[in-house]
Design a protein around this ligand. Structure first.
Ligand SMILES: [Zn+2]
Ligand SMILES: [Zn+2]
Length: 136
C-alpha cells in the first residue's frame, strides 16, 4: 500500500497548478453545481422563522472522496460541494469514523483483534448498534 500523504504535503498540493487545473476541470464537468443540490434547504430558527440556509451556490469546493490517488486522482475521486454541504460531508465522515472506532473496540473485546477475519462486518455493526442503543 502506498504511504499516506502527510497533511502538509496535501496542503502544498492544493496550491499547485496541477490541482488548480484539475479542480477547474471538475467544476466544469458538473456545470458548477453542488452534488447535494436538491433545491432549497430550509431550517426553522429558534424564533420559529423558516430560513433558507443554503442555495448551494456560494463557494463551491472540490471534495476528495478518497486521498488514495492524491496528485494523480481521477475526476471520479472528486465531488463538487458547496461550502454548506462540504462541511456537512466532513461532519458525517467524522461521525462514521467515530462509529467505526467504537465498533472495532467493541468487537475486539468480544471476539478478539482479528474479528474481521471471522465475522461479517455488517452483522457485527448491527450488533454493535443494538448494544449501543441498549447502553444509552
Ligand atoms: Zn450544496
Ligand atoms: Zn472535503
Amino acid at each position: 500500500m502506498r504511504e499516506k500523504w502527510h497533511t502538509d504535503q496535501y496542503v502544498a498540493y492544493l496550491k499547485t497548478k496541477e490541482w488548480a487545473t484539475k479542480r477547474q476541470e471538475k467544476l466544469e464537468s458538473v456545470n458548477y453545481s453542488c452534488d447535494r443540490d436538491v433545491g432549497l434547504t430550509y431550517q426553522r430558527g429558534k424564533d420559529g422563522i423558516l430560513r433558507r440556509i443554503t442555495d448551494c451556490s456560494d463557494s463551491l469546493e472540490v471534495h476528495h472522496r478518497t486521498y488514495d490517488n492524491l496528485g494523480n486522482e481521477p475526476l471520479t475521486d472528486l465531488t463538487v460541494l458547496c461550502k454548506f454541504h462540504h462541511e456537512q460531508e466532513h461532519r458525517l465522515i467524522s461521525m462514521k469514523k467515530r462509529f467505526e472506532k467504537g465498533l472495532d473496540t467493541y468487537a475486539s473485546k468480544k471476539y478478539g483483534n482479528d474479528w474481521q477475519d471471522y465475522h461479517d462486518y455488517e452483522d457485527i455493526a448491527e450488533e454493535f448498534e443494538e448494544w449501543r442503543n441498549d447502553a444509552s
